[in-house]
Design a protein around this ligand. Structure first.
Ligand code: G6P
Length: 602
């Protein structure tokens, strides 16, 4: 996820861009950059790291008078967070900024390289500006060239392009990634969300997927597949704080809703029709490997635990999971036929980082699953798969967990392909289920409303047990952790089949059991475990696609044919339940007491 700002008009452009990017920094802060065209002069500044670095670099630069300007704040997905990989990307006389992922960029790059184009960066974005200039040189028609370029792009994008070929224009296109146009008379703004233009523009048009066009002389020329298109504007919201949360009450709530969309980004270019492709991994990473060991903390540990079922079941490879702080001091026996995987949202968790260093000292090959490129864990690992969740602000992790689990699911298939442990039909079933995941993550109003209403019955009692079996046991652990973190109520995740070996002694009507009862995995087994609890008068909230008579409360899920689809759908239910209970208790959902987003001490 990256942030884009654009402006065309007579005002000082640097400040408009920098202020706008500041408001979008929550979308990424690996690097930032701006490009300004004024007549024949093209200026460009880039800096790695937070926006203050770019501010410092542009301290003596001012841009008065009419001109077009674009800016970008980056969250790396292709290529390291370096200055060369920072946007705007440059051709010979044009600049582009882009948010999203161009899925066919490698094919485009090959084609352009064959025509003698040299690339400065490792990004997918740079292909856009070269493609534009190639078409422009052939036709001498800037908009025609932009239109041809857009038609060649596959994937998700929000793009702004400026060029000396038409210095009075900004070219734009949107598909899958957010972008809007703000209006204040003839002054025209672009941004990835409302926030940067609140207080500047008065009206807004939210671009739709497939929209592209250009702005010139105070007018927007808008097109889509069917040709020229009309549009109508609406008044811009006025509350900046609310706008940054896209109207949600808390970042955590926004991030829960975002999961469906970011999952598309996690899969993009990786989930193909006939298998999984990770351009980040080479086959050698896996040569001679007979086992996997995963180390992580907190929510990332739960994702690791869930994946261990997938690695053994799908990839037929032994997989052990350990909490990083335990692993570090247990004098573990490590053999170099083991691939050492670390999972971390931040890439900075001290215990996980130290575990990784230990494994490296023991000569193990390492792979990290991480959300932050160039973080310590990424730098330390032999290979990395980025989760592409975008910045997660809520301390209680949601979309990071979802995307980690997805990457691990994809990895289990990738390894299964390498080891030939999966039949073609099964592979297709898994791929098909993956492609349905974004749908399973959609939060409907009816679901949210139902959870909001029933949450009022769960504000007291002497504790919660989240129970599940198999993959749904780690999900139960994660559901309980979410609730603990933000409600401060006592909650435990437990394997459903293990309740009878002790915890059932706690059962009474004040013990709340959240039962994860998927139809596609061990339904009858979990059902008998829940019946045992119900017989002891525990209060049961069942989450299942199958109606369950003994439940005191019931949330019916939709998916019943694939465990991972059920997993993701139930994950959303547990996240919303924690959120609604926390809100009712009046807690600070995004910044719960005693917790930190990134724990860099032992
Ligand atoms: C902290 C956070 C948790 C997170 C854990 C691991 O405890 O509060 O939400 O799951 O660290 O963080 P990581 O960045 O390594 O995934």
């Amino acid at each position: 996820m990256c942030g884009i700002v654009g402006y065309i008009g007579k005002k000082e452009k640097k400040e408009i861009l920098l202020d706008g990017l500041q408001d979008l920094e929550y979308r990424g802060y690996d690097s930032a950059g701006i490009a300004v065209v004024e007549g024949k002069s093209l200026q460009n500044f880039k800096a790695v790291g937070k926006l203050t670095n770019l501010r410092e670099k542009t301290r003596n630069y001012h841009s008065e008078g009419f001109g077009a300007a674009i800016g970008h704040t980056r969250w790396a997905t292709h290529g390291k967070p370096t200055e060369l990989n920072a946007h705007p990307h440059m051709g010979q006389y044009s600049y582009v900024v882009h948010n999203g992922i161009i899925e066919n960029y490698q094919a485009l790059k090959k084609e352009l390289a064959a025509e003698g184009v040299t690339f400065l960066s490792q990004t997918d974005t740079e292909t856009i500006v070269h493609l534009f200039e190639q078409y422009h040189q052939a036709s001498n028609d800037p908009f025609g060239a932009f239109e041809q370029t857009v038609k060649r792009l596959e994937g998700a994008y929000a793009i702004l392009l400026v060029s000396e070929a038409d210095p009075d224009a900004i070219f734009f296109a949107k598909n899958g990634s957010p972008m809007l146009i703000g209006f204040d008379g003839e002054e025209i703004y672009f941004a990835s969300s409302d926030t940067p233009i609140i207080g500047k523009a008065k009206e807004v048009y939210y671009l739709e997927d497939g929209d592209y066009g250009y702005v010139k002389e105070g007018k927007v020329h808008l097109f889509n597949q069917s040709g020229a298109k009309s549009y109508s504007t609406q008044p811009l919201p006025t509350d900046k704080a609310l706008a940054q949360k896209d109207g949600y009450r808390f970042f955590m709530e926004k991030e829960i809703y975002e999961q469906s969309r970011v999952m598309g980004e996690t899969m993009m270019g990786r989930v193909l029709e006939d298998g999984i492709r990770f351009e980040e991994l080479n086959d050698h990473l896996f040569e001679g490997i007979n086992a996997i060991k995963i180390c992580a903390c907190g929510t990332s540990y739960h994702s690791a635990l869930a994946s261990s079922y997938l690695f053994e079941r799908i990839a037929k490879i032994r997989c052990d999971v350990e909490i990083a702080s335990e692993f570090r001091h247990k004098e573990p026996l490590l053999t170099n036929d083991t691939l050492f995987i670390t999972i971390s949202q931040s890439g900075e968790t001290a215990d996980t980082l130290e575990a990784l260093k230990m494994a490296k000292r023991a000569g193990l090959r390492s792979l990290s699953i991480c959300n932050v490129d160039n973080s310590s864990i990424v730098r330390e690992s032999d290979a990395t798969l980025l989760t592409r969740a975008g910045i997660e602000k809520g301390v209680a992790s949601t979309k990071a967990f979802a995307t980690q689990t997805m990457v691990l699911w994809m990895l289990s298939l990738w390894i299964a392909q390498q080891r030939n442990t999966i039949e073609t039909d099964r592979l297709r079933e898994e791929l098909d289920a993956m492609l349905h995941t974004p749908k399973a993550l959609i939060v409907t109003d009816a679901l949210h409303d139902r959870i909001h209403r029933l949450s009022k019955r769960y504000l007291h009692g002497h504790g919660f047990f989240f129970i599940g079996r198999d993959l749904f046991f780690p999900l139960a652990l994660e559901g309980a952790l979410k609730l603990k973190e933000i409600s401060y109520l006592h909650a435990e995740g437990y394997p459903a089949g293990e309740m009878k070996h002790g915890p059932i002694a706690l059962a009474d009507s004040e013990l709340f059991t959240i039962a994860l009862m998927p139809a596609s995995l061990l339904y009858d087994k979990v059902k008998s475990n829940v019946e045992e609890l119900s017989a002891r008068d525990a209060t049961i909230l069942a989450i299942s696609p199958r109606p369950f008579d003994l439940a005191d409360d019931f949330i019916q899920t939709q998916y019943d044919s694939h465990p991972m689809l059920e997993f993701f759908e139930m994950m959303v239910v547990t996240q919303l339940l924690a959120l609604e209970i926390s809100i009712r208790l009046g807690n600070d959902v995004d910044m719960p007491r005693n917790l930190a987003k990134s724990v860099t001490v032992e």
